[in-house]
Design a protein around this ligand. Structure first.
Ligand SMILES: Nc1ncnc2c1ncn2[C@@H]1O[C@H](COP(=O)(O)OP(=O)(O)OP(=O)(O)O)[C@@H](O)[C@H]1O
Ligand SMILES: [Mg+2]
Length: 265
């Protein structure tokens, strides 16, 4: 192959944004020529690799845009530590049927039982499946809506949050919400109702949500819409953070004891 043709191939790969092919072409062409691989197989290999790399880049950028606080998956979750979780329910959620059916998911439980971890793990699968996905903490959400309200662009902001196929609203109930906040929260839930899926986490039982939203009527209206089509995962167990802390302290005690023993010797 002449140098001119080779340079033209590279220039066109760049123009077509075929980054993966640009990277592999030198070695691959050399090998393909040496191994006498036929032209159809060469084309097939290059296109499969390019399409795969493109998909991976799209998934990666979808995950980046989702605003997850960390990247944790179901593989990283120790289900033996939380036996109250019904694994078949989790497996069903992982099929993403709930997104297709525009249903919601609520994770309930005391601090450290893994609510955020599970919500994010589910969000990552949604992003991998190319559903527009966004994570936001409840108080940050209310803050943003409040700001939009004062700037006279609440309707716009509500439309923005309503459009995500999967919206994760984390930590409902940690900070109190005033009636205006509760009102805007209701408007968002009403907009998303039966249109898109919302994943929510809370440390408060549903019976306490009237305190969270500081109004019984609004709390009932919110719950009514969320729970109409919803999987509720109520986690009853110990905090994983505490378990890790205890293990850390134990290992620290052990190592200081060993040092003490060595010093005695
Ligand atoms: N069963 C588990 N297996 C592995 N890691 C876990 C498990 N449960 C929780 N973790 C880890 O423990 C930490 C706390 O979990 P997470 O943030 O999900 O708790 P949470 O229920 O959201 O708590 P909070 O109500 O305080 O927000 C995270 O780093 C999470 O990855
Ligand atoms: Mg959390």
């Amino acid at each position: 192959m002449s140098e001119l043709v080779y340079e033209r191939i590279k220039a066109n790969l760049l123009a077509l944004n075929m980054k993966n092919t640009l990277e592999i072409i030198d070695n691959y062409l050399e090998r393909a020529i040496a191994d006498k691989i036929n032209v159809v197989d060469v084309l097939d290999y290059i296109l499969v690799a390019e399409a795969g790399a493109k998909k991976n880049r799209a998934v990666e950028s979808q995950i980046q845009m989702s605003g997850f606080p960390f990247r944790k998956t179901f593989d990283m979750f120790d289900f033996n530590f939380q036996p109250s979780i019904d694994k078949t329910q989790i497996d069903e959620l992982c099929t993403m049927r709930f997104v297709e059916n525009r249903e919601n998911v609520v994770f309930l439980g005391t601090p450290g039982v893994g609510k955020t971890h599970l919500a994010v793990a589910l969000g990552i699968i949604a992003a991998q499946n190319r559903y527009s996905t966004y994570y936001i903490n409840c108080s940050a959400l209310i803050e943003q809506l409040n700001k939009a309200h004062f700037e006279n662009r609440l309707a716009d902001r509500l439309r923005h949050f309503a459009k995500y196929r999967v919206l994760i609203i984390d930590e409902i109930g940690y900070l109190p919400m005033d009636i205006n906040g509760a009102n805007m929260f209701f408007q968002l839930i009403a907009k998303r109702y039966e249109k898109n899926s919302t994943i929510l986490t809370s440390n408060k039982m549903f019976s306490q949500w009237n305190e969270v939203f500081s109004d019984l009527t609004i709390a009932s209206a919110i719950l009514d819409r969320i729970l109409h089509h919803c999987t509720v995962i109520s986690i009853k167990g110990d905090s994983f953070r505490l378990k890790e802390r205890k293990e850390f302290m134990k290992s620290k005690d052990k190592s200081s004891n060993t040092l003490f023993e060595q010093a005695k010797d």
